[in-house]
Design a binder for this molecule. Structure first.
Ligand code: ADP
Ligand code: MG
Length: 263
């Protein structure tokens, strides 16, 4: 790992990437990613399939190890602990502790099929945060209300629509009180008529000041909610800027092409 030895830690930055690289079997997937997401902001990531968007989120969430560059979440390096100017690999429990502060929502919901809605939501707060069951249940009910699913506590995931399952997945992530929420194409697996209910929960979350990185093809959502849009292609950030500006006036041929296909 050839991370720069000294870099100033900006406390107002939730996610900071400097020249982040990631390869699989010698094939570079993230070639050199530079970006920063200030606390409380929403960044939408767009780009063609295979451009490295999911890999990027997975690196932020400690699910992949970067091969080069520097990646910090809430001022802490992903994968490493700094001590007296030296880097030490994180131990398993240290990774678990840092991951607990990051919520992730996947395209495929990923709820536990054998657990009820309520059990899905209270599982991690009890197992990881060591919350008391009564507190976890009270919190879960509050979150179910927030995502519009009061009364569905005892349902199993298979009894719910895709939109409802995704709202449970968001409630489950929020139950850990994350500092950062990552969304990987959260509405791509949904029937069109169910997309809006999930996006409106995400909009509310953004309005409350949650820091969010959202990989999405929903340009309407990006235009309305994102502070910044990043266009990725071929393992690079090709463009980034305010959504209205980028959508109206893309600076590169590749971005223009992509927007033409998605809009
Ligand atoms: P996106 O989310 O933008 O569609 P991904 O990050 O999923 O892109 O994938 C980028 C590239 O990395 C693709 O070529 C994909 O096949 C490859 N890739 C992703 N994960 C792995 C992995 N675990 N092993 C090998 N190749 C991978
Ligand atoms: Mg992907």
């Amino acid at each position: 790992m050839n991370a720069p030895a000294t870099t100033a830690v900006e406390s107002d930055v939730a996610v900071e990437c400097v020249a982040v690289q990631k390869s699989f079997d010698g094939t570079p997937v993230l070639k050199s990613i530079d970006l920063s997401v200030p606390h409380g902001q929403v960044m939408c990531v767009i780009g063609p399939s295979g451009s490295g968007k999911s890999t990027f989120l997975r690196c932020i969430n400690h699910l992949e190890r970067i091969d080069g560059g520097l990646l910090r979440v809430a001022g802490e390096m992903v994968g490493y602990r700094e001590h007296k100017g030296r880097l030490h690999e994180l131990r398993h429990h240290e990774i678990a502790r840092r991951r607990a502060d990051i919520g992730m929502v996947f395209q495929s919901f990923n709820l536990f099929p054998h657990l009820t809605v309520l059990e899905n939501i209270i599982e991690a707060p009890m197992a990881v945060r060591k919350n008391q069951r009564d507190d976890a249940v009270a919190d879960a009910r509050r979150l179910l209300d927030k995502v519009g699913l009061t009364g569905r506590e005892d349902a199993y995931p298979r009894m719910l629509s895709g939109g409802q399952q995704q709202r449970v997945a968001i409630a489950r992530a929020l139950a850990m009180r994350p500092k950062l929420m990552l969304f990987d194409e959260p509405t791509s697996a949904l029937d069109p008529e169910l997309v809006g209910e999930v996006l409106s929960v995400m909009k509310e979350l953004a309005a409350e000041g949650m820091t969010m990185i959202v990989v999405t093809h929903e340009l309407g959502f990006a235009r309305e909610v994102a502070d910044t849009v990043v266009f990725m292609d071929g393992g690079y950030i090709v463009e980034q800027g305010a959504p209205a500006e980028m959508f109206a006036n893309p600076q590169t041929e590749r971005c223009r092409d992509f927007l033409g296909k998605v809009l």
